[in-house]
Design a protein around this ligand. Structure first.
Ligand code: PLP
Length: 296
């Protein structure tokens, strides 16, 4: 069940559309070239979470692509319309845990028209997402082929933007699955830990009684994760220290625990890397998930 709402100046609350019939022109540059940006946001009980952080990041992704970003208010209204409709369609108690995936999408529109396409798609979070995370992830380290300083040197690679060109990320996941793994952590050609194809990487380390959360530095060409940031803020308020890379694979192997984190799946513990088991801690996963949920 998916609810679609297009941003449309003629409909201040957004224009509801039928997700079961075609809605985009075949020549839309989002479809033909992946020329657009998107966000995936969690909603719980009809309330979108971290909406400002998602809209901020989407606006900066749009800027990187020279796309005009529709007014935040239009997005907020379309999201609210979509979530109200989803609640009605699901009926009480039927939408699983009451959690929804809300996608915000913006493309350059049909070639030559100078008229972007912008819409919101809301659907229940599939139960499999939470089940998969609970089991722990076998992860492969895969070389992304760029060095960790390329983002600054080659802004046209759009490394810090969340564009619709995710074919490479999906190919990496298929490659990992073909090798019997569940997910991927990309490394740079100079051997630094980067991010997952759809997630940020977080490590916990305890030394001399100080508990620290670590993540690769943003300058290495990764997407600034809204979940990583919310978790770091909440953990710091709870007494954790925080730190940023550069990190190397050895840091992952030596950490007390490693997670892939993202808006929809929250914290998913990594249990092995390239076939080697690594420590994981159900107690830490529980503690940090509670901190994160409290911050959403
Ligand atoms: N890095 C990449 C490449 C992603 O695609 C995502 C989310 O989809 C993330 C990191 C995590 O971002 P967030 O926590 O904002 O969902």
């Amino acid at each position: 069940m998916t609810v679609l709402v297009f941003l449309d100046p003629k409909f201040p609350e957004g224009r509801l559309a039928d997700a079961a019939v075609p809605q985009l022109m075949a020549a839309d540059l989002g479809a033909t070239r992946g020329d657009g940006v998107f966000e995936s946001m969690l909603a719980i009980d009809g309330v979108p979470r971290k909406m400002d952080a998602h809209l901020d990041r989407m606006a900066s992704s749009a800027l990187a692509l020279d796309l005009v970003f529709p007014a935040r208010e239009s997005w907020e209204r379309a999201v609210s319309t979509a979530l109200s409709k989803l609640l009605v369609q699901a009926g009480s108690g039927q939408a699983g845990s009451g959690e929804a995936v809300v996608k915000l999408l913006l493309t350059r529109g049909v070639e030559g028209t100078d008229s972007p396409s912008a819409w919101v798609a809301a659907s229940p979070v599939p139960a499999a997402v939470r089940e998969r995370s609970a089991q722990g992830l076998d992860v492969l380290l895969l070389d992304r082929g760029y060095d960790s300083t390329v983002a600054d040197r080659a802004p046209w690679l759009l490394l810090g933007a969340k564009t619709l060109s995710y074919a490479v990320n999906m190919a990496a996941l298929r490659y990992a699955k073909a090798q019997g793994a569940d997910d991927v952590i990309f490394t740079s050609s100079d051997g630094k830990v980067l991010e997952g194809p759809t997630s940020s990487v977080i490590l916990a380390v305890e030394e001399d009684g100080v508990k620290t959360l670590l993540t690769p530095e943003l300058e290495s060409g990764i997407l600034p994760g809204t979940t990583q940031r919310a978790l770091f803020d909440a953990a710091e308020a709870a007494g954790w220290a925080r730190g940023y890379g550069p990190l190397e694979p050895a840091h992952l192997m030596e950490a007390d625990a490693v997670w892939l984190v993202s808006s929809i799946r929250l914290l998913a513990p990594v249990t092995s890397i390239d076939g080697t088991p690594i420590p994981s801690s159900p107690a830490l996963t529980e503690e940090l998930t509670a901190l994160l949920r409290g911050a959403l």
